[in-house]
Design a protein around this ligand. Structure first.
Ligand SMILES: [Zn+2]
Length: 336
């Protein structure tokens, strides 16, 4: 029976004493409950779990249209794996089940949030990078992702968000599961949680990128590499801007990169708009930290400039020309 309330979740946990008590239906119901739970937290309306008896089920992934797809194994297999793991590791079965399902739900829901960021519906420091990474992955037919999965900014973001959110969620249902997760996750999944100790989205990558038969080996931090590839493809296919509206802030409608001076003007205009509409009070959560909306906008542009050597040069020039007197923009008072 579907689990709708926290009370129902508590009694479900009570019922599941041993690994053998965990049925396939339980796994699916618990999964659905925590997906709904994090959708509410993030304020996302999309994200239905695709359930079809034909869909082989359950490592999860968020799809572009905003559904959560469960795949790779059947739910039966997943439930069987949980029972097996619980028996072998000697840990409490429900505890290990919760410590595995909750971070998956948080991770996938964060991807849905990222989708809204790329669509320009939410402000985020790394909105532009999320979008450029997607373009770079498509441009490399997935090879960028295959070789750098745990270093991609959008995966790091989802893993970090899940790492910080999971104990908060679990605390309410099983404090043991919460501390079990915090202690065990980085040990059991070192690759996934390496993001906790590396610089976000800037890990150096090596990519044999080929463009119309011309080899263009890329050896650069990810943010710069993704930008390099986006700079080639967006002018060629400006429609990419329609699919990734956040990039309209960085590229002009024909796909050419906006120069530094224009970006700075638009940044100031955006911040003024936030001031006038009262939105400057909104708080933007980013991987366990909180930013005011104007600060998030400033950092959004800082990150764009950091990702492009060309823009860095222009910024350097602008500083030499003006003596950097007014680098903070024209919003007058900082909320920092
Ligand atoms: Zn992911």
């Amino acid at each position: 029976m579907a689990i709708h309330t926290a009370d129902e979740m508590h009694s479900k946990i009570e019922q599941l004493k041993t690994a053998d008590d965990i049925s396939t239906a339980d796994v699916f119901d618990i999964f659905s409950f925590f997906i709904q739970n994090s959708k509410r937290f993030y304020g996302i309306s999309k994200g239905d779990i695709l359930q079809s008896p034909d869909i082989p089920n359950t490592a999860a992934s968020a799809r572009k249209n905003g559904d959560i797809e469960i795949y790779n194994h059947t739910i039966d297999e997943i439930a069987a794996n949980f029972r097996q793991d619980a028996k072998e590791s000697g840990v409490d079965a429900v505890q290990s089940l919760l410590a595995s399902i909750v971070p998956t739900c948080e991770h996938e829901c964060d991807h849905l949030v990222q989708q809204e960021i790329v669509e320009g519906k939410r402000i985020h420091l790394d909105g532009s990078q999320f979008a450029k990474e997607q373009i770079a992955i498509a441009a490399t037919r997935g090879s960028l992702y295959e070789a750098n999965r745990y270093n991609m900014g959008f995966e790091q973001d989802a893993n970090i968000v899940a790492f910080y959110r999971t104990p908060d969620v679990l605390e309410q249902y099983s404090p043991q599961a919460a501390s079990f997760f915090q202690k065990e996750a980085p040990i059991q999944q070192p690759e996934r949680y390496s993001c906790l100790s590396v610089p976000f989205g800037e890990t150096k990558i090596n990519l044999d990128f080929e463009y119309y038969g011309v080899k263009m080996p890329i050896h650069a931090p990810l943010n710069i590499a993704a930008t390099q590839i986006a700079d080639i493809f967006i002018p060629e296919i400006p429609e990419l801007l329609q699919y990734n509206p956040v990039l309209k802030r960085e590229y002009n409608p024909y796909g050419k990169r906006k120069p530094y001076a224009q970006l700075m003007q638009e940044k100031d205009a955006w911040i003024n708009e936030l001031m006038q509409t009262g939105q400057f009070r909104s708080i933007i959560p980013v991987r366990g930290k909180k930013y005011t909306a104007p600060d998030a906008v400033r950092m959004f542009y800082d990150n764009i400039i950091k990702s492009s050597p060309e823009l860095q040069k222009q910024a350097e020039q602008a500083r030499t020309n003006t003596g950097d007197v007014l680098s903070g923009g024209s919003d007058g008072h900082s909320v920092r």
